[in-house]
Design a protein around this ligand. Structure first.
Ligand code: ADP
Length: 250
């Protein structure tokens, strides 16, 4: 067993675009229940890595194991999503015309594992599940509000809730706090810290204050030129000469 019990195990991934290696021998694994932060300068390969994990981009070589047995590099984007990898893109994409509650209800009903139809009434277990998510994403008491009227940060939380309700085994978040106020950023850090241990999450983020908040108990991986430059605690990577060099551009 080469996957060490990881939920995700990337092995020697290479992605070439016309000979240019956007990903160059990337090795990375995420444990079950881990909250992993991925940082790195622009062009480091963060987006391309997430595209490989979600099947949007096929690597030139290498393998990507999910949950021990599934090789993501041989699966379609749709099959990967159904297998339990949920991705949240940078911009929120909620159903603006619908209420907060309806957004969560729709997300629940779109979950392939749930045997229901769009117009079926929710049972009490499903209602409880939505209530728990509303509390987690700091939108309890706001469930009847139209999603389009929420603040940018609230929309991001709602979308995280829509992901969580489908119980993905691995969640990928692309710059979740971009454009958020300081207060919203702090609450997002709290929210993610509450998810630690319960969900396996990979967060790509530029906001170092935020990364410091959520990396207190976890690991940070620094990507540079398509491979891992350093990983460890935030304190370790911040003190790493190679990381400082890359960020300061010396
Ligand atoms: P990041 O998300 O860390 O900013 P990206 O994964 O977007 O980095 O990009 C990594 C490198 O690969 C960059 O140099 C970028 O220009 C290049 N790249 C990304 N996608 C393509 C593509 N479709 N064709 C050619 N080059 C690409």
């Amino acid at each position: 067993d080469t996957t060490h019990g990881a939920i995700l195990y990337l092995e020697d991934i290479v992605v070439s675009f016309d000979g240019f290696k956007a990903i160059n021998n990337l090795n990375l694994d995420i444990s079950v229940g881990e909250l992993r932060c991925i940082i790195g300068p622009n062009g480091a390969g963060k987006t391309t890595m997430m595209d490989v994990i979600t099947g949007k981009t096929r690597p030139t070589s290498g393998t990507a194991f999910f949950g021990q047995t599934m090789d993501l590099t041989r699966m379609s984007e749709v099959d990967i999503a159904h297998a339990g990898i949920g991705r949240k893109f940078q911009r929120p994409t909620v159903f603006e015309q619908h209420s907060v509650f309806e957004n969560l209800e729709l997300a629940m009903k779109m979950d392939k594992r749930v045997k229901t139809t769009l117009f079926a009434r929710l049972n009490s277990e499903q209602k409880d599940k939505i209530a728990a998510i509303l509390q987690l994403i700091r939108l309890d008491g706001q469930e009847q509000r139209q999603a389009g009227l929420l603040s940018h940060g609230q929309k991001q939380w709602l979308e995280i809730g829509m992901l969580l309700i489908q119980e993905p085994q691995l969640i990928l978040l692309d710059e979740p706090v971009a454009g958020m106020s300081d207060a919203e950023t702090a609450r997002t850090a709290e929210l993610l810290n509450e998810l630690r241990g319960k969900h396996s999450i990979m967060v790509v983020e530029h906001d170092m204050g935020f990364v410091t908040e959520i990396a207190q108990q976890g690991k940070v991986t620094v990507l540079h030129e398509g491979s891992v430059l350093a990983d460890g605690t935030m304190a370790q990577v911040q003190a790493d000469e190679r990381v400082i060099e890359v960020y300061l551009g010396r």
